[in-house]
Design a protein around this ligand. Structure first.
Ligand SMILES: O=P(O)(O)OC[C@H]1O[C@H](OP(=O)(O)OP(=O)(O)O)[C@H](O)[C@@H]1O
Ligand SMILES: Nc1ncnc2[nH]cnc12
Length: 172
């Protein structure tokens, strides 16, 4: 295990039965509140690939993706829950560990062929990540990789995004 993985695991709080019985929620707020770990995470994610745009997924994904975009000198593109983006959008619906959702991106968010890194906090079932890959591709950009702070290995989300490079700073 790397030093960074240890730092991350030390700052993640397990909350049983949230938001539904049977779900073990991985709470990243202690990590967000720790500037040393947060800086190490942002630096690691920003150094993975040279890209034109970083895509962040509402809401927790935004918290990581925006500083990563700044650090990587890349543009930031928000993928938002349905109904929040003002201009013309593309949308995808999917299931996740504790429900279902529809997400959107602006149709003109990317220049043709833009290289994109998708950043999120958690990969669980992979529904969110797969829907985001599809949105980015439909919008005419190229997904270079997906990067997450934490992968819940037992949910096999990795299989949903087979064929796309996936970086997980920790796998639990
Ligand atoms: O791999 P999956 O099963 O799709 O789950 C992972 C997603 O679930 C969480 O988001 P959530 O939809 O709970 O929204 P939030 O960021 O607004 O809390 C998390 O931030 C990921 O985006
Ligand atoms: N168990 C979990 N903890 C935190 N975020 C999640 N997103 C999906 N499943 C999750």
């Amino acid at each position: 295990m790397t030093e960074l993985s240890k730092m991350i695991l030390d700052k993640i709080r397990d909350v049983p039965d949230y938001p539904k019985p049977g779900v073990l929620f991985k709470d990243i707020t202690p990590l967000l509140a720790d500037p040393v770990t947060m800086a190490a995470v942002v630096d690691e994610l920003a150094g993975l690939h040279q890209v034109d745009k970083i895509v962040g997924i509402e809401a927790r994904g935004f918290i990581l993706a925006a500083p990563v975009a700044y650090r990587a000198a890349a543009g930031f593109v928000p993928v938002r829950k349905k109904g929040k983006l003002p201009a013309e959008t593309l949308e995808e619906s999917y299931d996740l560990e504790y429900g279902s959702a529809t997400i959107e991106v602006h149709r003109d968010a990317f220049a043709p062929g833009d290289r994109v890194l998708i950043v999120d906090d958690v990969l669980a079932t992979g529904g969110t990540a797969k829907a985001t890959v599809d949105l980015v591709q439909r919008a005419g950009a190229r997904v270079v990789a997906i990067a997450v702070l934490m992968e819940l290995g037992f949910l096999k989300g990795r299989d949903r995004v087979e064929g796309v490079e996936l970086h997980s700073l920790v796998i639990v």
